[in-house]
Design a protein around this ligand. Structure first.
Ligand SMILES: Cc1cc2nc3c(=O)[nH]c(=O)nc-3n(C[C@H](O)[C@H](O)[C@H](O)COP(=O)(O)OP(=O)(O)OC[C@H]3O[C@@H](n4cnc5c(N)ncnc54)[C@H](O)[C@@H]3O)c2cc1C
Length: 293
């Protein structure tokens, strides 16, 4: 633990895109994988609670005191791109838009959609993030992770993991994703890929409230339906509770109008679920992960 610097009583608000967060007892931002492992060993040794956050773009953190250690991975940014083969190796804290831009510049095709997701590789693999019918698991080769129970590091091929719509095996285990390998298509037209990447971003920013604090889509789409469409049909578009509002631009987004509390956001989520269930007979499952609930 010599090189390890822990911060105390840090407000997590600035580590989430919805700009809401409670206070964590201990906080760390490891600069390399060995430091991350040291922190996890320390957690285990001291029998402490812990939580991992990436870019905090899919998180509702309750505005209370959270015991134990919060580890933010955003400084774990090593990235290797092989221009000739299309192999991409990324540490867990690499941001998806960074990958999208860099592979486009290298003439590698298949990651143009990553531009619109403001999350890290760790968060994206954990969530099996996606856009339309494409999920991050599509181009995935393998994931390297640490099992906190044994403190051992493993690398598993995609075939040995489970990925479904916004689900990965990591949601059912106490594993910390250290990094992942992907294979994209090399030797393609830089001009075409760059155009497609920019087009994807424009499509997202013109149809979703990217300029306001949110955590992206709040609910998973039920099969053969869209959560946003259901929310709109039950009359909740623009509905507010305190500083929390259903976006007028995209009804599956909840936005923080500036001073929303975690409770107001949580209440709004519950009201939406109740109303859609009553009027449509469909239960909307949150996509957003909640800490402290
Ligand atoms: C404007 C906006 C647009 C969005 N658009 C999309 C979209 O089109 N498609 C989509 O799928 N999502 C979208 N999202 C949601 C979000 O960006 C994704 O879910 C993203 O993959 C989350 O990554 P993150 O690093 O922010 O994870 P966080 O929000 O920090 O964490 C999410 C979960 O992953 C876990 N986690 C994070 N890193 C690790 C790790 N290294 N090891 C183990 N567990 C880990 C956390 O514990 C938590 O449970 C959007 C969000 C916003 C704000």
């Amino acid at each position: 633990m010599e090189n390890i610097k822990l911060k105390n009583n840090i407000n997590l608000l600035k580590y989430t895109t919805i700009k809401i967060g409670g206070c964590t007892e201990f906080f760390a931002e490891p600069k390399n994988i060995s430091e991350l492992i040291e922190y996890l060993k320390w957690v285990k040794l001291n029998n402490l609670k812990y939580r991992i956050i990436g870019a905090g773009s899919n998180l509702l953190i309750k505005n209370t005191f959270h015991q134990g250690l919060t580890i933010c991975t955003r400084k774990l940014k090593k990235l290797k791109i092989n221009k000739l083969s299309g192999l991409v190796e990324a540490e867990c804290g690499v941001m998806l838009p960074v990958i999208a831009n860099l592979i486009a510049q290298n003439g590698i095709e298949g990651g143009e959609w990553l531009i619109g997701i403001p999350g890290t590789i760790g968060g994206a693999v954990f969530m099996n993030a996606g856009s339309g019918n494409i999920w991050i698991s599509k181009n995935l080769l393998s994931v390297q992770f640490l099992d906190l129970k044994t403190l051992s590091i493993y690398e598993l091929k995609k075939e040995n993991l489970i990925f479904k719509y916004r689900f990965s095996s990591f949601q059912a285990n106490e594993f910390v994703i250290l990094g992942a390998k992907f294979m994209f298509r090399p030797n393609k037209s830089i001009k075409k890929i760059t155009y497609e990447t920019k087009r994807n971003l424009k499509k997202k920013t013109s149809s979703q409230p990217y300029h306001l604090p949110s955590f992206g889509s709040v609910f998973k789409n039920p099969s053969n339906n869209y959560a946003g469409k259901l929310i709109e049909e039950v009359g909740l578009k623009g509905f507010t509770i305190g500083g929390a509002a259903v976006s007028k631009m995209h009804s599956n987004f909840i936005i923080n109008n500036g001073d929303a509390t975690s409770e107001e956001i949580y209440q709004l989520i519950t009201v939406i679920q109740q109303k859609v269930l009553q009027k449509k007979g469909i239960f909307l499952h949150p996509e957003v992960r909640m800490i402290g609930y």
